[in-house]
Design a protein around this ligand. Structure first.
Ligand SMILES: [Zn+2]
Length: 285
């Protein structure tokens, strides 16, 4: 992908600040599964974020960021700016006003409006403070453990997916899903299907964002869409289950299969039309 000239002021880079450090103890399979779950978590992640994952208490040293880390911050500022511009336009065209999300870049551990965010959880969106939390070390994991080739555009896709959850919060979808969950009227199996619809809609929004941003900025290059699809497929539930438990159990899906994730991202990209993204009607009938 080509870099654009836009940079957002809504990015808070907490890397290198020192102090609140602490690496997750253990790691291994559990961490991998939790990372995958949180990576594409819809709704309110506080339950998982504060579910007693232990912290070694090791402090991170305050340090200067490397030139490469500073470049990564600039990249995140750019993708944030392009999300702000594209979504402001889509909202305006539909008679609504867009409010930008905040973005926090962190390493090791940081506080979020949804509880303590630990490294190895991967990027997530917290509706309570309308902030996208970007654990940049996750992309190494995506490559090494999930077998996805990480490109600049696959990072942009992941950010756009999280921004898609912000759109769901602005449109009231997150709140409706929370109401369903809290009502206690639905079985775990039924709520898993709601969760899949929520995640696939965020993928649809990511595809829509890619298309509409490309219309304005002409930033896509050959191979970019394929790299986003490869990242989406790598974190499909079936792929994660196969890698972690060796078999696929569809009822346990909470994020959608690899094929579904690809399908809805491409539907957003090919239609460029927000009205085509009703995954709830499409999947829950
Ligand atoms: Zn998600």
């Amino acid at each position: 992908m080509k870099w654009t000239n836009d940079r957002s002021g809504n990015v808070d880079d907490r890397r290198g600040a020192g102090g609140g450090g602490g690496m997750l103890v253990g790691g291994g399979l559990g961490t991998l599964i939790i990372a995958a779950i949180i990576f594409f978590l819809g709704g309110d992640p506080s339950a998982i974020l504060s579910s007693g994952m232990s912290n070694s208490g090791a402090q991170t040293e305050q340090r200067n960021l490397t030139p490469n880390e500073i470049k990564v911050r600039e990249f995140v500022q750019m993708i944030t700016a392009e999300n702000e511009q594209t979504w402001a336009k889509i909202f305006r065209e539909n008679g609504m006003q867009y409010r930008p999300a905040k973005v926090v870049m962190f390493e090791a551990v940081t506080q979020s409006g949804c509880g303590t965010a630990q490294a190895a959880m991967g990027p997530f969106y917290c509706p309570a403070d309308q902030t996208v939390y970007m654990d940049m070390s996750f992309f190494k994991e995506l490559e090494q453990r999930f077998g996805a080739k990480v490109t600049e555009f696959s990072i942009a896709y992941v950010m756009a997916h999280e921004m898609g959850h912000h759109v769901q919060t602005l449109l009231g979808t997150t709140q409706k899903v929370d109401q369903l969950r809290r009502s206690g009227k639905y079985s775990e199996k039924e709520m898993n299907r709601v969760s899949v619809a929520t995640e696939l809609q965020a993928d649809f929004y990511a595809g829509l964002w890619a298309k509409q941003t490309d219309n304005r900025e002409k930033f896509l290059e050959p191979g970019d869409i394929e790299s986003a699809i490869s990242a989406a497929e790598a974190v499909g539930d079936d792929n994660i289950q196969k890698r972690s438990q060796g078999y696929v159990n569809q009822e346990g899906f909470t994020h959608g299969s690899s094929a579904q994730r690809k399908e809805w991202f491409m539907k957003g990209y090919n239609t460029g039309d927000i009205r085509q993204g009703d995954t709830f009607n499409a999947l829950l009938k």
